[in-house]
Each structure stands twice: as C-alpha cells, then as structure tokens.
Design a binder for this molecule. Structure first.
Ligand SMILES: [Zn+2]
Length: 311
C-alpha cells in the first residue's frame, strides 16, 4: 500500500473510497486481455480533477474566491474596498490609483505568476513550521494555501495544473450572467460611471420579447423554449444562457447599445466562447484565444471596471 500525507479531515472521509481505488489502480489491477487471452496488470492514474469552483477549492485545500490570493491557477493577489469596510477581495489587472506595493501599476495578463506544485509544497511546509497560529494564518492568507490537497497519496496529480476551469460555470454561471446584470444596471448597485453601456428599459423589454419569440421557430433539438429574458431569468438554465449568447445575442444586441464598442465587446465574448468550444484546437487557435481573452478582459476593466479608489 502506498502511503503519503494525510487527507484534510472533512474530505478524507467521503473521498476515502475513491482514494483507495486510485491507490489500487496505481499499484496495478489484474485484468484479463480478451484479445491475447491472458491476464496483465493494468495501471491507471488520475491526472485531472473537475468540479465547480467551491468543490475544487475544497479538493485543492486552497482559501479560494474572495481571498487575498484567490486563484487556483496563479498567485495573483487582490485588493478590497477597505474604506467601505469591504472584506471581499477583487483581482483587477489594474491596481487602484493609490495602491502601492512595489509591483507596478498592474498585473501583466500575459505573464501572470502561475502556481507550481513546488510552491504549494513550500507553503504547506512553511505553515506547518510556523510556531504560532497567527503566523500560520498569515502565510495561509498570503499564499492562498489552506491545507494539503485531497488525493495526494499517489502523486499523479500536480495540484497547480490538475484542476482546469470548467466552461459551464466560468462562462454560463458567472461571466454571462454578470454581463447581463451590468447591461441592465443590476450589478451590485453599480452605475456605469463614465461609460454608457446600460441598455434602456424599453430596449431590454424589446430584447425580452424577441427572445421569447425567437424559439417559436427554432427546432427543439437546438434549445428548449426560452422565456422573456427581461421579465424572468430565473428559469434560464446554463443551456439557455449558452444558446442565448451564442445564437441570439449577436442579433438581439445589434444596434441596441448607445456605442458600438460595447456591442463589439459582447460579440468578442461570443467568439471566445465559440473558439473554446471547438473539439480540436490548433496552436494558432490557442494563440488567438489567449490574445482575444487578454484584450477582452482589458476592455472589460476599462468599460465596466469596479473602481476601487481606496484600499
Ligand atoms: Zn489566476
């Protein structure tokens, strides 16, 4: 039996059967080869972990979203609106105007400080070696590392890279819905600041009616009936959001914003979704995707940035 670091208490119990099976698979399972008519030892290793954001944060033993160092993929650090008593950290690429920490004025999205298994291991050792709880908490906060990841007995998982971001939650449950809230002025009480991306109530109602009408003539194999998005979004599932953005938004939003740049930004979001949904990606596709995402996020911050002037 392969032994290793202990599992986090709460996860250890319900993931124990899986962990045991992974150990057996790594050690080798007697398996019958039907073509060769003989038995062989089959070895298999888990190399990826998938789940929603909260589940993955538990699996990886990280502090996660809203934390100072919240990302499971990189070591970007956040800022919070201290002046208003804010406890939640945001991770804008551009630092607030009065933010001074010697790192410059913004993160370079093309060169974010990616996490490594070695850095995660070092943080765990540092937390373990720290003599007081305050010192442990300080390291934990600075690094975003809370405890040993689950499923560490085999070592086939590199916890800095084994948990890719899942498309449905990232696009459909987060960014897509937040964009809508911003466009109709319902995002955390924010107004549009110096920008002008808000859709008027009349326009949004019209988009709602057109959404409902659209699915009347679309075969149900593509999508189930969509309701009036302006009146009730609670029945919109991830599938509804996917169809709405990919197939309806480029038409329904055309000419609806006061400035064309917001429409182009919305369509670039759709393009990012479409490219990332392809079954096959070439190196050129990945390069295009990276450039497009960086450009999109930079424009997002410029247009709808959450202005944190005091930290
Ligand atoms: Zn990151």
């Amino acid at each position: 039996m392969i032994s290793g670091p202990k599992q986090p208490k709460d996860l250890g119990s319900f993931l124990a059967p899986l962990d045991d099976e992974l150990v057996l698979l790594a050690a080798g399972i007697p398996t019958f080869h039907t073509k060769r008519s003989k038995e062989f030892e089959m070895h298999a290793y888990c190399i990826l972990e998938l789940g929603d954001i909260v589940a993955m944060e538990k699996m990886l033993g990280i502090k996660g979203h809203n934390g100072f160092c919240p990302c499971r993929s990189c070591e970007i650090t956040g800022v919070r609106m201290k002046s208003l008593g804010g406890k939640v950290y945001y991770v804008p690429l551009t630092f607030p105007s009065n933010y001074i920490d010697g790192k410059g004025s913004s993160w370079d999205p093309a060169a974010l400080p990616v996490r490594t298994q070695a850095a995660i291991n070092k943080a765990l050792v540092d937390i373990s070696d720290a003599e007081t709880q305050i010192a442990k908490n300080k390291i934990s906060m600075a690094t975003g590392i809370r405890e040993t990841s689950a499923l560490t007995r085999i070592g086939s998982l590199d916890h800095s890279r084994s948990a890719p971001w899942d498309w449905m939650h990232l696009f459909l449950e987060n960014v897509a819905q937040n964009l809508i809230k911003l466009w109709i002025g319902e995002f955390k009480g924010l107004d549009t600041g110096t920008e002008d991306y808000k859709l008027s109530g009349v326009v949004w109602q019209q988009i709602g009616r057109e959404t409902k009408e659209a699915t009347r003539s679309i075969p149900s194999a593509f999508v189930r009936a969509l309701g009036n998005i302006a009146e009730d979004r609670s029945l919109f599932t991830a599938e509804s959001w996917c169809f709405w953005f990919l197939h309806l938004a480029p038409i329904l939003l055309c000419g609806r914003f006061k400035k064309e740049k917001y429409y182009i930004h919305a369509c670039d979001f759709v393009r990012i979704m479409k490219i990332s949904l392809r079954f096959t990606l070439t190196t050129d596709d990945v390069d295009e995707l990276e450039a497009l995402i960086i450009s999109w996020v930079k424009r997002y911050e410029r247009y709808v940035t959450i202005m944190i002037n005091q930290v």
